[in-house]
Design a protein around this ligand. Sequence first.
Ligand code: DX5
Ligand code: ZN
Length: 221
Amino acid sequence: MLTAKLSPSMMCADIFCLADTIRTFERMDIPYLHMDVMDGSFVPNLMLGTDTIRQIRRSTAIPLDIHLMIEEPGEKLEWFAPREGEYVSVHVESTRHLQRVLAKIRSLGARPMVALNPATPLVMIEEVLPDVDAVLVMTVNPGYAGQSMVPGTLEKIRRLRALLDGRGFEGVEIEVDGNVTPENAIRMRAAGANIFVAGTSLLFRPGDMEDHIKLFRRQVG
Ligand code: DX5
Ligand code: ZN
């Protein structure tokens, strides 16, 4: 079973406490920072531009996990200057040339991840399994924090893990994004997910950030 990893959703962070939040993540060995990029067209919201990403990248050695919720990501990859060790996820619904975009992410030195909206069937990514290091299963409809998990997505995670393992892609990780509460995280882990985007449901909520991280690690691993 792949190691459970937290990827805090930085769109949910309090910008007035950002530096302290990142220091806490460094102290707690958080492996990724999830950066939701939204263009107002692919999703009905605008979020985390290129300057914000550059500034956060300059402020810490924690690798970024860049989630591109934008139209035609293949034409804009260089805008984000992806680095080795970073994940870059693109939505299957956002480009006609998915395999080319995933190959380009790899050629830029980053790790390709393909993302699926809740209504998009797994069959849409079957041909690109050899081109990715991870699959991002949206457990909410993308665009906003604070939503509830789409019920059928839990079973979708289970089917995806079975598909990956059945095709010999046991090392391909599954990231889940949206309404990852402590309770949902346990169910998502049991279904086969191992990277957990942590937003207002898990980390950015009342209480002590370190306690939230420790609780997750006790319950999920
Ligand atoms: C949804 C975002 C998620 C969200 C997670 O489009 O991509 O990252 O911020 O936060 P919660 O926990 O509020 O769903
Ligand atoms: Zn995201």
